[in-house]
Design a protein around this ligand. Structure first.
Ligand code: LFR
Length: 465
């Protein structure tokens, strides 16, 4: 098939990018054409996304991309905008790290017990799930007049094309979708006091949304993690992935959800993947604590910091990074130091070493739990996303898990976005395995063999158990 060009819009927690991917036959390549900041804004005590600045970044990027055969948009999950009856946006979307959902999960559990919520949705309990955010908005003037709820990529696609819809992989993170029927759960929606008419029809990755000018806008795995999992260059089913950036999303690709009580208690999520797969994963705190500390120290050179962290003794200070205390922004240095028993003015190298060691331990825990809960043994850990560039973290993850780590591609999300578009446009053919073969043949992948002492890691793992 002839090569075609696709624009991949990928919005992350700290920046947005527009990439042009060229794909055809057995080849795919990417060029970044525009990058813009994503700076949340606190207004009236609430942390918002600056959605119009993001939309401007998207438009600038699409202009820089020039003529393309398709446009696909992905972003972080769960957050949304509300539209009024005329289709106008009501207020600025709220950031999932905002505190407005504090206490809401407990209140919801009195109406819909956690066991039932998990049996229906298969979703991890996170305070920021869309369901909790919407419940926290019940009774506000904005919510009362809202006619439609659009997740972030769906909102941007609406502005580009005028078409309303909810892309399935991202909708699966709302905690309002039935994991078995893959449709909105109307009983759950009404038990939560929400109006079913708020939720637009679902659309599948690969389907056409509409036109922006003359260019088709195509649904991709619009949850960034869904696109990242497409972008994992795995050879068979026996792999774990860690999509590592602000978050580490750690898990397996399955064909059916795991809904056991053990799985619920371990807070594993069954999110919808491309081609009907289940992304069975857990949210691990990821590089967020390190990013926040760097912001507080006004440090921007991560490679210098990691080099000095690499010279610090291993596993001296470890913390359980999955504790909810690390979720919101603000005084991360103080929170990590106090959890680690370090002085608040410990050196950045010591603190960074503590965070990276702790993240490797959190990876180990999630990799082991995923295998045990799903009853599937793996022989490799793929790390994709920005974290694949962090060789200290990749090596420590290999050591902690006792498994080889295959690191890369760094741009798995944009590649997954492009490959799904390329397949829909007929430029590439085949199932996920075929798409991944293209990645293995074209992308740089670095192998880290497990080293270190097993007993030392086991003992360290017990310190955060
Ligand atoms: C990663 C991600 C995670 C989701 C979190 C919040 O960017 O999409 O998968 O749990 O952001 O939306």
């Amino acid at each position: 098939p002839a090569r075609k060009a696709f624009a991949a819009v990928d919005l992350g927690a700290s920046s947005g990018r527009v990439m042009v991917g060229r794909a055809g036959g057995g080849d795919v390549s990417l060029t970044e054409v525009h990058r813009f900041a994503n700076d949340p804004v606190r207004v009236g005590g609430t942390l918002h996304w600056d959605i119009l600045a993001l939309y401007r970044g998207v438009l600038d990027g699409l202009r820089a991309a020039g003529p393309v055969d398709g446009i696909g948009i992905d972003s972080w999950a769960v957050d949304y905008g509300l539209l009024d009856a005329s289709g106008a946006l009501l207020g600025n979307p709220v950031h999932y790290r905002d505190g407005r959902t504090d206490g809401v999960p407990a209140r919801v559990a009195e109406v819909v017990p956690d066991e039932r919520l998990y049996a229906i949705t298969g979703l991890q309990k996170q305070p920021f799930n869309t369901a909790y955010q919407l419940v926290s908005a019940l009774g506000t003037p904005q919510f009362e007049v809202a006619q439609q709820m659009l997740l972030i990529p769906d909102l941007l696609a609406y502005w580009l094309t005028g078409e309303l819809g909810a892309e399935y992989t991202n909708a699966s993170t709302t905690e309002l979708l039935d994991v078995r029927t893959r449709a909105w759960s109307l009983p759950l929606i009404s038990d939560l006091g929400l109006r079913p008419s708020l939720f637009p029809p679902l659309r599948q990755p690969g389907s056409r949304i509409g036109l922006f000018g003359e260019t088709p806008v195509v649904a991709v795995g619009s949850h960034d993690t869904a696109s990242a999992v497409v972008g994992v260059p795995a050879t068979g089913p026996g792999f774990t992935y860690i999509s590592c950036g602000t978050w580490s999303l750690v898990g397996l690709e399955l064909s059916a959800p795991v809904l056991s009580e053990e799985s619920r208690l371990a807070n594993f999520s069954n999110e919808g993947g491309v081609d009907g797969t289940i992304r069975y994963l857990r949210n691990v705190m990821g590089l967020w604590p390190l990013q926040e500390c760097m912001r507080e120290w006004s440090l921007s050179d991560i490679s210098g910091l990691l080099a000095s962290a690499g010279r610090e003794p291993a596993l001296r200070h470890v913390v359980d990074l999955d504790l909810p205390v690390f979720l919101p922004p603000g005084d991360m240095v103080g929170r990590v130091a106090s959890a680690a028993g370090l002085p608040r003015d410990a050196s950045p190298a010591v603190m960074a070493r503590c965070i990276v060691d702790s993240l490797a331990l959190a990876h180990r825990r999630a990799v082991e739990q995923a295998q045990a809960l799903a009853g599937r043994a793996v022989d490799a850990v793929h790390i994709v996303g920005g974290g694949a560039r962090n060789s200290l973290l990749c090596q420590l993850t290999a050591d902690a898990c006792g498994l080889p780590v295959l690191a890369g591609p760094v741009e798995a999300t944009a590649l997954g976005n492009v490959l799904v578009q390329a397949r829909a446009a007929g430029a590439i053919e085949g199932d996920l395995a075929a798409l991944r073969r293209v990645l293995r043949e074209t992308q740089q992948i670095v192998r880290y063999s497990p080293g270190g002492d097993r007993a030392t890691w086991r003992a360290a793992a017990e310190r955060i158990a």
